[in-house]
Write a protein that binds this ligand. Structure first.
Ligand SMILES: Cc1cc2nc3c(=O)[nH]c(=O)nc-3n(C[C@H](O)[C@H](O)[C@H](O)COP(=O)(O)OP(=O)(O)OC[C@H]3O[C@@H](n4cnc5c(N)ncnc54)[C@H](O)[C@@H]3O)c2cc1C
Ligand SMILES: *[C@@H]1O[C@H](CO)[C@@H](O)[C@H](O)[C@H]1NC(C)=O
Ligand SMILES: *[C@@H]1O[C@H](CO)[C@@H](O)[C@H](O)[C@H]1NC(C)=O
Ligand SMILES: *[C@@H]1O[C@H](CO)[C@@H](O)[C@H](O)[C@H]1NC(C)=O
Ligand SMILES: *[C@@H]1O[C@H](CO)[C@@H](O)[C@H](O)[C@H]1NC(C)=O
Length: 348
């Protein structure tokens, strides 16, 4: 049996990869929060979400991004409406030059990629690109994943808060545990990974059905973006903030003001009587120094010292949607041998 801890976008993508390989009926998801819930301890529903060049430039990040983009692009083409993912034109600006490696890597696979000529950049912007991004309606996409996993693939879901690290939830035939704990990687007693920290973001949810493009500007110490939520009744996400080590769930009026001012400067079309702010929210990106941890570990449980493989998969920071599928593919690849040895009939 394969157990999956947690039901954020990271955990659900691991379940999807296992299910696509035919192991859905042998997979169980255990989580305190499930799609449909909102909590400051459940980051996934708060994402914009889009695919952007904001991720890191190390080889892991570049690989996960590419896998994630290809997966989302094909999902948008095959089942976009049900999955709430959609191709959307995007513009990204940087006030300081981004790493060339990063841009070259993305230029190789992003659809319709184009560098913007210097004379066409707004004042203060050093570099800009245009491409076709994927926008994701985060809360609806999570519900889609859950429905697909349970109804099509027979994945079991159990809602349960695990008070602390314990192996009490493991049955005798559990062979592999995937650990996709989000921000809890820092807090769970005994699970502390001191490299983990939250990066808070405040966003505004607005109705602006006339906005059909994604646009973002990466400043030295600010992040400004406008992201339409696909198949949503004309909603857009306006942001934002990247506050390292800030963990408050509160929202602040002055941050909302700052978001409105910056996004309207970036996209003057927002300044219209058709734009209506519906609410302010805050989410905590599960960040980790050096990037996400995708790695296997052999552990012993119980008195008999039975061996279980734990696959860690946490610390996706601001890129859980764009990199999540790529991280899941690699997490599952670390246990190919164990999975093949399970002697399970594939149920495709
Ligand atoms: C404002 C904002 C905008 C963002 N925009 C984007 C974007 O445009 N594109 C993008 O790619 N990413 C974006 N992100 C980042 C993305 O949301 C995260 O990377 C992603 O949600 C992380 O998912 P996760 O599964 O690791 O964590 P979570 O979604 O937090 O899931 C954690 C899971 O673990 C469970 N859990 C934790 N502790 C326990 C316990 N003790 N017992 C049982 N269950 C437990 C929770 O219940 C939950 O199911 C954004 C984030 C924010 C805040
Ligand atoms: C979020 O998690 C922290 C740490 O586990 C806990 O102290 C806090 O009460 C939780 N907040 C909510 C709203 O559940
Ligand atoms: C757009 O994508 C980047 C990278 O995935 C993310 O960090 C940023 O927060 C996103 N913007 C919104 C509004 O979600
Ligand atoms: C989850 O991950 C942490 C590492 O951060 C590890 O210490 C812990 O044992 C893992 N949980 C399980 C059930 O293996
Ligand atoms: C916005 O203003 C225009 C012209 O002033 C008007 O025709 C339109 O009905 C208004 N729309 C809304 C949503 O109020």
């Amino acid at each position: 049996m394969l157990i999956l801890l947690r039901a954020g976008v990271i955990g659900l993508n691991v379940a999807l990869v296992l299910a696509e390989k035919g192991y859905g009926r042998h997979t169980t998801v255990i989580a305190e929060h499930l799609p449909g819930d909102t909590s400051i301890n459940y980051t996934s529903p708060w994402a914009g979400a889009n695919f952007s060049a904001i991720s890191a430039s190390d080889p892991n990040a570049l690989r996960w991004d590419k896998l994630g983009y290809m997966h989302l692009l094909s999902l948008a083409a095959k089942d976009g409406k049900n999955a709430f993912v959609k191709e959307t034109p995007s513009v990204e600006y940087w006030d300081e030059l981004p790493s060339r490696e990063k841009i070259d890597s993305m230029a190789a696979y992003l659809k319709d990629f184009k560098e913007i000529a210097t004379q066409d950049l707004p004042a203060g912007v050093a570099f800009g690109i245009k491409f076709t991004t994927i926008t994701i309606n985060a809360p609806m996409h999570l519900l889609y994943l859950l429905r697909k996993l349970t109804q099509e693939y027979g994945v079991q879901v159990i809602r349960k808060k695990l008070p602390r690290v314990s192996s009490g939830y493991l049955s005798k035939d559990t062979k592999v545990v995937f650990n996709c704990t989000g921000n809890a990687a820092k807090e769970l007693p005994g699970v502390q990974d001191s490299k983990c920290f939250p990066t808070r973001g405040q966003i505004l949810l607005a109705r602006a059905s006339h906005v059909q493009q994604n646009i973002m500007r990466h400043g030295k110490d600010y992040e400004t973006y406008v992201i339409p939520r696909p198949y949503s009744n004309g909603n857009v996400i306006l942001g934002g903030f990247m506050q390292k080590n800030v963990g408050t769930p509160d929202t602040f009026g002055e941050e909302s003001e700052s978001i409105l001012t910056r996004t309207t400067d970036l996209l003057p079309a927002l300044n219209s009587n058709e734009t209506e702010v519906l609410g302010a929210f805050a989410g905590l990106r599960p960040s980790r120094e050096g990037g996400a941890r995708v790695a296997r570990e052999n552990v012993q449980v119980g008195d008999a010292g039975r061996r279980v493989v734990v696959v860690h998969n946490y610390g996706a920071g601001g890129t859980g949607y764009q990199a999540g599928y790529g991280m899941a593919v690699e997490a599952v690849n670390t246990v190919t041998e164990e999975i093949n040895a399970l002697d399970i009939q594939s149920h495709l």
